[in-house]
Design a protein around this ligand. Structure first.
Ligand SMILES: [Fe+2]
Ligand SMILES: [Fe+2]
Length: 159
């Protein structure tokens, strides 16, 4: 992440990429086209990693600086998003894949993400430029570029 773009913009870009990929999957489903399950699981890897970055690296300094309630709400919503990803993956693994059920789960996931990001971007992300030390910001930027979530990590409210 270059300093010119800034963390908030880089994180907002991630939201948009993830949203677009889930929407593309749901769209293919609704047209009865062959769906790219591999692409969706890569998207979920990216979304879980995004949530990891927020809960483990980004939010703690922002919470310490005093933004308690919004962070609490964000983490609760991560739990709901996480469970919806699990539900989609369960559906994909089941032998009789029910396209209608899968589509409605994807729609619910997209709606939750929409509501979540609509708060996170204006309320929490501006704090990335204020509440993080230089070292903390560098850690987040480094993770955004090349970091990997520990394989067994689950978000706070998904546990
Ligand atoms: Fe989030
Ligand atoms: Fe986010």
């Amino acid at each position: 992440v270059s300093a010119a773009i800034g963390l908030a913009d880089a994180l907002t870009n991630e939201h948009q990429e993830i949203d677009a990929q889930i929407a593309a999957f749901a769209h293919a489903l609704s047209e009865d086209r062959v769906v790219d399950v591999g692409a969706l699981s890569r998207t979920f890897v990216a979304l879980r990693r995004h949530i990891y970055l927020e809960e483990e690296l980004l939010f703690p300094p922002i919470r310490r600086a005093g933004l308690l309630m919004p962070i609490l709400v964000m983490n609760k919503e991560h739990g709901e998003i996480w469970r919806l990803m699990d539900a989609v993956e369960d559906r994909l693994r089941s032998p009789a894949m029910d396209a209608d059920a899968l589509r409605s789960l994807c729609r619910e996931l997209m709606a939750r993400l929409d509501q979540h990001n609509a708060k996170e971007e204006p309320i929490v992300y501006p704090h990335t430029a204020i509440d993080l030390t230089t070292a903390e910001a560098a850690g987040v930027a480094e993770f955004l570029d090349a970091g990997r979530m520990p394989a067994d990590w689950i978000c706070e409210h998904g546990r």
